[in-house]
Ligand binder design. Structure first.
Ligand SMILES: C[S@@+](CC[C@H](N)C(=O)[O-])C[C@H]1O[C@@H](n2cnc3c(N)ncnc32)[C@H](O)[C@@H]1O
Length: 235
């Protein structure tokens, strides 16, 4: 692991432990962004709703990396809401927006802004929840199906291509919800640490099941995805 990777904020997001109830959201998201970052050399990257910019190390080869959020923080370069980004039209090659859309007042306006600031031929990489417990930051308004999320993008920009993929399968989605409640129960009983091996077993078992049964990874009726990854290429 590089020095940057080891010391930059958000290591537990980039390298989550199997005992983390969010492992099946975080591990696939980090792997996806690591792959995307491999082609970012020299590019301009905007991280919208950046928080602590946990995925900056994946894009360390970029020419420029700008973090924007409504809340100021140690790695925030610009302050502004996703619905009115303080940056010029057509100005970034890659626009990241990880785990933000569920928190915004107006997701359609947010997607129009992501489209506006992306260069033609550039791409938006967005992730958001299919199912998840309520987690305000500062608000928590929305959840999507893969078709609903595609529609929000489709209706709010001229895109060359839109791809929506589940981060993990249906077994992982179910396991995540069970793990969250197990963790909460253990926390209430002041034995949070006791839940860890069970959470790790749930994560590992669900990942094995999803890998073994292809239909569990398919967006078919009955599917339950905890997280969705969107790649939208601007026309
Ligand atoms: C769950 S955190 C995700 C942070 C980071 N993108 C990540 O993946 O770790 C949600 C972030 O969205 C920001 N946020 C919430 N509403 C926003 C808005 N309307 N415009 C811009 N950022 C917003 C919050 O301040 C917070 O940093």
């Amino acid at each position: 692991m590089s020095e940057l990777e080891r010391t930059w904020p958000g290591l537990t997001q980039r390298r989550p432990s199997r005992t983390d109830t969010g492992w099946s959201v975080r591990a696939p998201l980090a792997a996806w962004l690591q792959r995307e970052g491999a082609t970012s050399a020299g590019k301009r990257v905007l991280d919208v709703g950046c928080g602590l910019t946990p995925y900056y190390p994946c894009f360390a080869a970029a020419g420029e990396y700008v973090g924007v959020d409504v809340v100021d923080g140690p790695t925030t370069d610009l302050i502004g809401p996703i619905e009115a980004l303080p940056v010029e039209d057509d100005s970034f090659d890659i626009v990241l927006c990880t785990q933000v859309l569920e928190h915004v007042d107006d997701p359609a306006a947010a997607v129009r802004e992501l489209h506006r600031v992306t260069k033609p031929g550039g791409r938006v990489l967005a992730s958001t929840h299919g199912v998840m417990v309520f987690h305000p930051n500062p608000n928590d308004y929305w959840r999507w199906t893969h078709t609903g999320l595609r529609r929000v993008f489709d209706l709010n920009g001229e895109w060359q291509a839109i791809d929506v993929q589940p981060g993990a399968g249906t077994a992982a989605g179910l396991a995540l919800l069970v793990a969250r409640f197990l963790h909460l129960l253990a926390k209430r009983a002041h034995v949070a640490v006791a839940a860890r091996p069970f959470v790790a077993a749930l994560n590992t078992g669900a990942a094995a099941l999803d890998a073994r049964v292809p239909i569990l990874r398919e967006p078919v009726p009955g599917a339950l995805f905890a997280n969705l990854h969107v790649t939208a290429v601007k026309a």
